[in-house]
Design a protein around this ligand. Structure first.
Ligand code: SF4
Ligand code: SF4
Length: 337
């Protein structure tokens, strides 16, 4: 097994497409902010036109369908088919596992690369207080149903102070469920999490706690033959900092037409682009593009502005470490040398 840092892809477009913001769950850390992202459910014709905007940028394009809960969209199957017809290189559906509208029977494993399931604990006692009563069972049953229908599956675990220690119990569950990939995410101070931090609740994980646990769990997952990806978060001394907003083509699209380049900006009207009359246009300054060019000793400028609790300083006020771009990942693949 080899552990490696995955640099941002410059050769592909990644479209994170929120086709609605409605959801059947009310997760404690939900990052959806309807005041900023809208409450619309996009019509299928609009979804097709917006997919086309990002499919034709001269690079391979990947789409991740998101919500809210994207399977609540009655035309998700048609949207997936349109993405395929437009030449998207990969199609992923991120779901809470409830799999509405019989989606597993309305699409074919040849049309969807992965169904990605969100689960935030190794059992209901940890997961359900975060994601809602009964959600552990529904998610794991949905995942098993997807596997039984021949789909590839991923599982996404969002780490916060609420469930960091429970991460160590995930490897056997992942093996038992038979997932192909495991994504560890770190809590972002956005949406409901921003409200909780405003109430002085501790959500972020300090550097020593993160480094003591997450890489070791990742290794245990990979040892079971499952590919695992986790965010770098804390840069090592001397490691280069780069902002994905400057060098990669990631687009986070919301139903009200806002298009962000950086997910940390999503609670604010800082989007660099917007879709108006089905055309993609830059927004006037000041927007996130202006922030990407600021160079600060702490690394990521948006982290410094909105979630500084993961920073630490010496007596002279110098940062003890820098924070990586939230899009910078480490990965371990079984069998890699
Ligand atoms: S499943 Fe996703 S969209 Fe729904 S409440 Fe939870 S985090 Fe928010
Ligand atoms: S997380 Fe920070 S470094 Fe990454 S795109 Fe956003 S502003 Fe840039």
């Amino acid at each position: 097994m080899e552990r490696r840092t995955v640099q941002f892809s410059r050769s592909a477009v990644n479209l994170f497409f929120h086709v609605l913001t409605r959801c059947n769950l009310h997760c404690r850390h939900c990052y959806i902010n309807p005041a900023q992202h809208g409450r619309q459910t996009l019509a299928i014709d609009t979804i097709r036109r917006w997919l086309a905007l990002f499919a034709r940028r001269g690079k391979a394009a990947n789409v991740i369908f998101l919500g809210g809960e994207p399977t609540l969209h009655p035309d998700l199957a048609a949207a997936i088919r349109s993405a395929r017809n437009l030449g998207y290189a990969s199609v992923t559906v991120d779901t809470n596992g409830y799999l509405f509208h019989d989606i597993l029977r309305r699409v074919d494993p040849a049309e969807v690369d992965y169904f990605s399931f969100s689960l935030d604990g190794p059992d209901p006692a940890v997961n359900d207080p975060i994601r809602g009563a009964g959600s552990f069972l529904r998610c794991t049953e949905g995942l098993k149903a997807a596997r039984a229908r021949g789909f590839h599956t991923s599982l996404i675990y969002t780490v916060s102070a609420d469930n960091l220690q429970d991460l160590r119990r995930m490897p056997p569950l992942l093996a038992q469920l038979g997932v192909d990939r495991f994504f560890i995410q770190v809590i972002g101070v956005r949406g409901k999490s921003a409200e909780r931090v405003g109430r002085n609740e501790r959500l972020q994980v300090p550097k020593d706690e993160w480094l003591a646990l997450v890489p070791a769990v990742a290794e245990a997952v990979a040892a079971r033959g499952i590919a695992v990806t986790w965010p770098k978060v804390f840069l090592d001394a001397g490691e280069a900092f780069a902002c994905a907003g400057k060098v990669a083509e990631n687009f986070f699209v919301f139903p009200n037409g806002r298009v962000y380049r950086c997910p940390l900006c999503e609670d604010f009207p800082l989007h660099a682009l917007e879709i108006r009359d089905h055309r993609l246009a830059p927004t006037p300054p000041i927007n996130e593009d202006n922030l990407f060019s600021l160079e600060i000793a702490e690394g990521c400028v948006m982290n410094r502005l909105i979630q500084p609790d993961n920073l630490a300083y010496d007596a002279a006020g110098r940062p003890l470490h820098r924070i990586a771009c939230c899009m910078l990942k480490e990965e371990m693949r079984p069998g890699s040398v």
